[in-house]
Write a protein that binds this ligand. Structure first.
Ligand SMILES: *Cc1c(COP(=O)(O)O)cnc(C)c1O
Length: 367
């Protein structure tokens, strides 16, 4: 049996006509930039995230970059974040001349450890940037407490967590800003790049909207120097089609995760993903921890099963961040996760037989 790590072909086959119709609509309207689909998607995302406003942007990376820019983060500033994430999180801080200050992760969830954050605050700290990794929100209550005490912004990197909940509150709605990605393999993925910034603060929303369009609040008047971070109308139109299916797809991912959990429950070698009791994960990834991760991955490949490694190396050991001066041993939990984490296929279209086959092979490797 062949089980690819990720495939979009079934999903796109099922909604092919709807997608083509949406693309045709944009082609006929000729409104390629800031078209009605962009505004409609913004309204729908603001609703979904229980926020006042949403601003469509060109990618998840640009959602981070545009919000950090609009919040005035720059040279001399520090932003506290996790080293166990995709490069874009710390990369966006770095690109603005600010310093990413890493804090280690929790042993169970892969998310930033809130108890370690206050120890990293200095008089240069301007913001905390937690990441909701693999679909589960980082513990925001203690993070918001530290932020409040030290007057810091909280920017949620919710690229992998659209629709995730914590204590009944939506990802992106608890901090000052939430950043989302529509990269094709995210739970809501476009036919290319796209992203969204959400906020409960209408003034901030206006600033983000200006920053995505060369710092312009009104035609031919530029208040700030920014960039072009716009979301294409074509992407927004396709995303509106897919948004109609998101709830069902996410429910299927969650059901797949529960099934894996059951199948691995008797395995000593496999540590299944921990989800805190007040969290509702959308399972953008299903990430187990195992010994001999790389050998297992190779074994699975021979059995026709794809898998993914997120993230190695831990960002504090990445070459591009060498100037930050971190060394091996600085963030032991993140380094351990980088050695042990393996993502298994979790997409909504997986069949029961495929899930059982994957679990059987994983267990077989350790038998
Ligand atoms: C995908 C992702 C991003 C970047 O999103 P793009 O749309 O690919 O630019 C940022 N942070 C995290 C945690 C991500 O998973």
């Amino acid at each position: 049996m062949k089980v690819p790590f990720i495939t979009l072909s079934e999903q796109h086959a099922a909604i092919r006509e709807e997608l083509l119709e949406s693309v045709r609509g944009v082609l006929e309207s000729q409104l390629f930039i800031n078209g009605p689909a962009v505004r409609e998607l913004e309204r729908r995302l603001a609703d979904l995230c229980e926020c006042k406003a949403a601003v469509g942007v060109s990618s998840g990376t640009d959602a981070l970059l545009c919000s950090l820019m609009a919040l005035g983060i720059g040279p001399g500033d520090e932003v506290i974040t996790t080293p166990f994430t995709f490069l874009a999180t710390a990369g966006s801080i770095w690109r603005l001349g600010a310093r990413p200050v890493f804090v280690d992760i929790e042993a169970d969830t892969f998310n930033i450890a809130p108890a370690l954050i206050e120890g990293a605050v200095t008089r240069r700290t301007r913001a905390i940037l937690p990441v909701h990794l693999f679909g589960q929100m980082a513990e925001l209550a203690p993070i918001l407490q530290v932020a409040h005490k030290h007057h810091l912004y909280v920017i949620e990197d919710a690229a992998q967590a659209l629709g995730a909940l914590q204590g009944g509150r939506k990802a992106g709605s608890l901090g000052h800003v939430g950043c989302f990605s529509f990269y094709p393999t995210k739970n809501l993925g476009g036919l290319g790049d796209g992203g969204m910034i959400v906020t409960r603060d209408p003034e901030l929303a206006e600033k983000f909207a200006a920053f995505r369009q060369h710092g312009s609040l009104s035609k031919n008047r530029h208040q700030w120097v920014a960039a072009n971070f716009r979301l294409d109308t074509l992407q927004a139109a396709a995303l509106l089609v897919k948004l109609g299916h998101l709830e069902r797809w996410t429910a299927q991912r969650r059901a797949n995760a529960r099934r894996y959990d059951e199948l691995f429950s008797a395995s000593d070698a496999v540590e299944t993903p921990a989800v805190h009791a007040h969290n509702h994960s959308i399972f953008n990834q299903y990430v187990i921890r195992v010994p001999k991760r790389d050998e297992l991955r190779e074994f699975l490949a021979q059995k026709g099963i794809g898998s993914g490694v997120y993230y190695t190396p831990s960002l504090h050991l990445e070459r591009c961040f060498a100037d930050l001066g971190y060394k091996r041993g600085d963030f032991p939990q993140s380094e351990k996760a980088a050695d042990e984490a393996l993502a298994l296929p979790i997409y909504p279209e997986l069949t029961e037989d495929e899930i059982v086959y994957v679990a059987d092979q994983v267990r077989g490797f350790f038998a």
